[in-house]
Design a protein around this ligand. Structure first.
Ligand SMILES: NC(=O)c1ccc[n+]([C@@H]2O[C@H](COP(=O)([O-])OP(=O)(O)OC[C@H]3O[C@@H](n4cnc5c(N)ncnc54)[C@H](O)[C@@H]3O)[C@@H](O)[C@H]2O)c1
Length: 437
């Protein structure tokens, strides 16, 4: 045992501010309300159902994670958010078409009370969308100040103790880091000049981080993953994580690929294709938004398979990712993977995966876990990039000079060891020699 980290108690109410009240957000909110009422179970959520082994295997101590670290309770969560559409959360959830109307009707009064605040939005960054509920401002700095006013009002109106913010808005067009993102000063100057290199998502991230609020990015766009905002987070004590929730096909990829590599089976090709019919699919039908998603999805295999270490096995890997917008399926995505494997003496084999998944059903427990763990991080005095939350993301944000860890099982070990570290419990290395001494 070492000294536990001092963690402030999860007293009072926690505000969960979601940018974009679309399929993912409304499925998260309605899900939490349903679970609160005992209508459903929080399946897929580590904070609600996960356990953690503490001490030696012989000790038989495997409490629930929520009994080990002080997490905000579901009854203490208050949801709010922004969207470019004026629909309240009930109407938005109906439009998203993820949850059964009968369930939404049971939750209707509470869902209807959640009305989106007007958004910071510029169609240049999400070409396929346009909506009326949008703020006007002198420049991007002024728009950030308006968001800060929204956050403060939401906190006061709901008598909140703490707030976290998650970007669950649409995927913005592909962008790379540029000099405006280099320092806090250059970033603030760029805000004042309404520099095009600051997309809407960064305006939200800036407003949250400047307030010291934990911030996560559920989408693949850059958002807070630039030096200026990481530096600002260090100054204000804001924990950060992202990017792009690891659901569906990429989740399966990061489960299968480490297994193939563990057995040193070669991979000559990995062809992934999807059909998806929700609004996210419509936005991703724009090539510039798709490019952001494609980059996020494609990097996974390179990092897991490490072709530079295993050129004979993965040096010539052909990795193709396609997303096809196909409205009849709505949020119920269907993904196909064809993996061309290589075995002993170079003999080829094939593996086919057909995953009929539900995108937002896989995403909602992640949004809940990330909100609760980021709030924990804040109360434990951990700020800046929270690499231990990589488990939840396709493109985990990481320190410069490090490569991101994509292997789901290493990510889970890192997450659980971080919880053990916080509580002063022994870290588990799985060495296990002591059982045979
Ligand atoms: N569902 C998943 O499994 C999954 C997985 C990984 C990442 N994501 C990402 O999460 C995000 C949300 O996904 P979704 O399925 O809920 O999409 P969605 O299209 O249903 O919802 C996005 C919402 O964001 C709103 N929006 C866009 N720009 C905004 C802005 N500047 N301010 C406020 N609101 C804004 C849109 O109006 C829309 O209501 C997308 O970027 C998606 O790529 C989703």
């Amino acid at each position: 045992m070492s000294t536990p980290v001092e963690i402030a108690p999860a007293r009072g109410k926690l505000g969960v501010l979601l940018v974009g009240l679309g399929a993912v957000s409304t499925t998260t909110i309605a899900g939490v309300l349903a679970i609160r009422k005992g209508l459903a179970k929080p399946i897929g959520s580590l904070t609600q159902m996960g356990t953690i082994r503490l001490g030696k295997r012989t000790e038989g101590r495997s409490p629930k994670i929520s009994d080990v670290v002080p997490l905000a309770g579901l009854d203490d969560l208050v949801f709010g958010g922004w969207d470019i559409f004026e629909d309240d959360c009930y109407t938005a959830a109906k439009t998203a078409g993820v949850l059964e109307p009968a369930l939404l009707d049971e939750l209707r009064p509470e869902l209807e009370k959640i009305k989106p605040m007007s958004a910071v939005f510029d169609q240049r960054y999400v070409k396929r969308l346009d909506g009326p509920n949008v703020k006007k401002g002198r420049d991007k700095k002024d728009l950030a100040d308006q968001l800060t006013a929204d956050i403060r009002k939401f906190t006061a109106d709901n008598k909140l103790d703490r707030v976290v913010m998650l970007w669950c808005g649409s995927t913005e067009i592909f962008a790379t880091e540029n000099p405006a993102h280099a320092t806090i000063e250059s970033f603030e100057r760029a805000l004042e000049q309404s520099d095009p290199s600051i997309p809407s998502s960064m305006v939200y991230a800036y407003a949250a981080i400047r307030e010291g609020i934990p911030y996560a990015n559920a989408a693949p766009n850059l958002t807070a993953d630039v030096p200026a905002l990481v530096a600002l987070a260090a100054k204000t004590g804001s924990p950060l994580c992202g990017k792009d929730l690891k659901t569906g096909q990429t989740l399966i990829k990061t489960i299968i690929a480490p297994g193939l590599k563990a057995r040193l089976l070669g991979v000559a090709g990995w062809y992934s294709t999807n059909i998806l019919g929700n609004r996210d699919g419509e936005v991703l039908d724009d090539p510039e938004s798709f490019k952001t998603k494609e980059e996020s999805k494609k990097s996974v295999l390179d990092y897991i398979l490490q072709p530079q270490l295993y050129p004979d096995l993965y040096g010539d890997l052909c990795h193709v990712v396609r997303i096809n917008y196909y409205p009849p399926r709505g949020d119920n995505k269907e993904g196909w993977d064809n993996i061309d494997l290589v075995g002993w003496l170079g003999y080829p084999m094939q593996l086919k995966i057909n995953f009929l998944c539900r995108d937002s059903i896989l995403a909602a427990p992640i949004v809940l876990d990330v909100a609760l763990f980021l709030d924990l991080a804040k109360r434990a005095g951990m700020h800046g990039i929270q690499e231990w939350l990589s488990f939840y993301f396709k493109s985990p944000v990481h320190a410069p000079g490090l490569y991101p860890e994509h292997d789901l099982f290493i990510q889970l070990m890192k997450l659980k060891n971080t919880l053990r570290y916080l509580k002063g419990e022994e870290l588990i290395t799985h060495l296990g020699r002591e059982y045979y001494d």
